[in-house]
Write a protein that binds this ligand. Structure first.
Ligand code: TXA
Ligand code: MG
Length: 310
């Protein structure tokens, strides 16, 4: 076994154990976690220090694997055949029961997927058996890393990812192009490593605008919202309400607890899955206990505030 093979084997174990890995791709280094593990995904946000839950890209090793998680229309299949592996991310409808953490898609019913064009990334996905959620491996508001040293430097003095695989400098050096795929055209959500012209050789491309029905967080204001109204920062629960608790729960007919022990990372891991579950329960509204403003608490508050607007 070479040193690199040993690194990949170790990183695969780390992913399977719910830990984070600094991962080379052809675009930029990613901060990787098993996309099916709520808590591991929450660790990504905690480590990056993101004040908001932006949805993440799921990295897979083949079109076939992507089809386990999202629904492809014929155009999406054509684009995948043309540009994967490569710096193209497609936002597609999430398959129900696909097993990917709701935190990865920030509660939305779409999922961003791509097959990276990097031998180490592909081998790690195959060897670990994990679909990999990974944003760029930099603390929030810093430049995306294109070498392993950038990743180490970026997290210096902070919570470092357990393992960083050194795959040398990234060849593209720019994040992937993100598109939403409609029946007969695509919408550009983020320009990136694959040129717009290459995509236009296959189909027409529109720019995302404020009126577009497809959401690009950061660009548009659409976020996950439950069907039932939310009532935030409650100190008591009405008879027809269900409760989203944090810490010592209030009295209610039906309660899901983000974290009994008051652990904010565990709370983030549970947030979207529990909101989805509570939303299925017959009730007039969902009462939510106060969430502290520390660590991921701000991101949780942000999403709850947005979800409460109707
Ligand atoms: O090249 C890349 O794309 C790198 C490497 C690691 O793969 N990753 C990356 O991830 O740049 P991140 O998290 O920094 O950017 C993901 C982008 C964000 O703009 C996010 O809003 C968008 O993809 N995105 C993810 N899921 C989405 C969804 N369901 N709907 C709309 N936009 C989505
Ligand atoms: Mg980024």
């Amino acid at each position: 076994m070479t040193i690199l093979e040993a690194d990949i084997a170790f990183a695969a174990q780390q992913l399977q154990s719910g830990n984070l890995v600094g991962l080379p791709t052809e675009t930029v280094y990613g901060l990787a976690a098993d996309a099916r593990l709520d808590l591991a995904v929450a660790k990504i946000y905690a480590t990056k220090g993101r004040p908001q839950f932006n949805p993440l890209i799921v990295h897979v090793s083949s079109v076939k694997q992507a089809q386990e998680y999202v629904n492809f229309n014929p155009l999406a299949k054509q684009l995948a055949d043309a540009f994967w592996p490569g710096p193209l991310t497609m936002v597609l409808p999430r398959k129900e029961g696909c097993g990917i953490s709701h935190l990865v898609s920030a509660g939305l019913n779409t999922l961003a997927v791509r097959v990276p064009n990097h031998p180490i990334a592909l081998q790690l996905i195959r060897e670990s058996g994990c679909p990999i959620a990974a944003p760029s491996a930099n603390p929030s508001n810093q430049i995306s890393p294109t070498t392993a040293q950038h990743v180490r430097d970026g997290f210096r003095g902070l919570d470092q990812p357990t393992t960083i695989i050194d795959g040398g400098p990234c060849q593209v050096g720019l994040e992937s192009t993100v598109i939403a795929v409609a029946e007969d055209h695509v919408i550009l959500l983020r320009p990136g490593g694959l040129s717009v012209e290459s995509i236009q050789n296959i189909c027409s491309l529109k720019l995302a605008d404020k009126n577009s029905s497809i959401q690009s967080p950061g660009m548009l204001a659409k976020h996950y919202a439950p069907r039932h109204p939310l009532r935030l920062n409650v100190s008591h629960v009405e008879p027809n309400e269900v409760l989203l608790a944090f810490g010592e729960p209030l009295q209610a007919k039906y309660t899901l607890n983000l974290s009994v022990t008051g652990d904010i990372i565990e709370a983030a891991a549970n947030l979207f899955a529990m909101l989805h579950q509570l939303d299925e329960y017959p009730c007039t509204s969902i009462a939510v206990m106060p969430i502290p403003s520390t660590g991921l608490g701000l991101a949780i508050q942000d999403r709850l505030n947005r979800a409460a607007v109707r």
